[in-house]
Design a protein around this ligand. Structure first.
Ligand code: ADP
Length: 373
């Protein structure tokens, strides 16, 4: 099923608040978003940006002030949540407590008068996908299961119902890191196997990337950018998108473009011809990712000195990082193994640097995805 969210707004009026609705920023501020049939879209953004509200609105648990939600081409405003054919999993999902895990999976089939055989076959199929140990969970009373185990059963129960739309709101946020990773794999496998259209809400960029065919990044009730990870990472629409993605912080250099060079603090870096032609002179912010710096030679004018606080080696990723300050900005930089703190000079890899407006922070130039092959 296709989902189309068309120019939706939602403003909460807080009970007991002396402030009028007009004082509160809207939870959803003209949001439009399409989800293709069978696609998983991750909705990601900082806390309070409207992710849950958007999901609840698509579910029919909230009503929009304006705008429309379509399931295929049907406006579903008058369809109650329980008639929408959706499966939902929340952060703290309640299972039917008196039943065993398997009962939770089979319940839907029992209620809907499907055959015992069909219900058992479907539960088995899902247990197979959910991997080792899952069948053991099904044999236990749900009250004896840990939070993580309950959540895995809840997700499976949701899929067993054959929903036309799957809505998940931080379903695995409460699990420990290892379990989160394996559950993430299980969920991805389930979604692929059944091809259910899915909206997946998370505040975790890694999870958003892992689960989503596409990612929608929200900020203050608005969609800032929708696209694949590569699009958001290499062609960010603005500095907020660029800063949001990446496992280590982006360095943001307040700088000026003049005389075909970038001037930042005490430093001047000449620009390559193509880039110099493209950039208008004036104040900018330059975004440089940790992996997008090059160590420069010792000759003066080649690189900016980095004041290094710490060299860190990350064996699991076979990386060495230098933390410190360069051209007046905090920076984390991937450096060659064996690099020492003294005399480190850097220059941005201009093929991988992004330029943003100094005031509006809108992208002026982004590198685009690199050619890996
Ligand atoms: P997120 O899921 O991204 O953390 P939410 O959708 O929960 O964000 O919230 C968006 C905004 O709406 C926040 O400012 C939040 O405080 C507000 N909000 C959410 N639910 C309610 C509610 N029931 N009543 C009043 N304000 C709410």
């Amino acid at each position: 099923m296709r989902i189309r969210i068309a120019d939706v707004t939602k403003q909460y009026v807080r009970e007991g608040s002396l402030r009028t609705a007009a004082d509160e920023p809207p939870a959803l501020d003209h949001i439009s978003l399409d989800i293709a049939d069978g696609e998983t879209v991750s909705v990601v953004g900082p806390s309070g940006c409207g992710k849950s509200t958007l999901l609840r609105l698509v579910a029919g648990l909230e009503t929009a002030d304006s705008g429309t939600v379509y399931y295929d081409e049907h406006d579903v405003a008058d369809v109650p949540p329980q008639s929408r054919g959706i499966g939902m999993v929340f952060q703290d999902y309640a299972l039917y407590p008196t039943m065993k895990g398997a009962g939770n999976l089979k319940y839907y089939f029992d209620v809907h008068r499907r055959t015992e055989e069909e219900s058992r076959a479907r539960a088995k199929e899902i247990a197979d996908i959910m991997g080792v140990g899952f069948e053991l969970l099904l044999g236990q009373q749900t009250t004896t299961l840990s939070g993580g185990e309950q959540q895995r059963v809840a997700i499976a129960r949701c899929v067993v119902r054959d929903p036309t739309l799957f809505l998940m709101d931080e379903p695995i946020v409460n699990l420990d890191a290892k379990l989160r990773e394996s559950t993430r794999m299980e969920m991805a496998k389930l979604l692929k196997r059944y091809g259910v259209t899915t909206m997946f809400v998370t505040h975790d960029q890694q999870e958003a990337v892992f689960m989503g065919d596409r990612i929608a990044l929200l900020r203050a009730g608005r969609v800032v950018q929708v696209g694949s990870f590569d699009e958001l990472y290499y062609s960010p629409a603005n500095l907020f998108v660029a800063s949001f993605f990446g496992s280590r912080p982006l360095t943001v250099l307040p700088a000026t473009v003049a005389d075909r060079a970038v001037h930042a603090g005490e430093v001047s870096w000449p620009l390559p011809a193509g880039l110099a032609d493209r950039l208008a002179p004036g104040p900018v912010r330059v975004g440089v990712r940790p992996e997008a710096w090059r160590v420069a030679g010792a000759e003066p004018g080649q690189g900016a000195p980095m004041a290094v606080d710490r060299i860190e080696s990350v064996p699991a990723e076979r990386l060495t990082l230098a933390h410190g300050t360069v051209a007046g900005a905090r920076a984390t930089v991937v450096v060659p193994a064996g690099t020492t703190a003294e005399g480190l000079r850097l220059v941005p890899d201009w093929d991988a640097a992004a330029f943003f407006g100094a005031d509006d922070e809108v992208a002026l130039h982004t590198p685009g995805p690199p050619d890996f092959f």
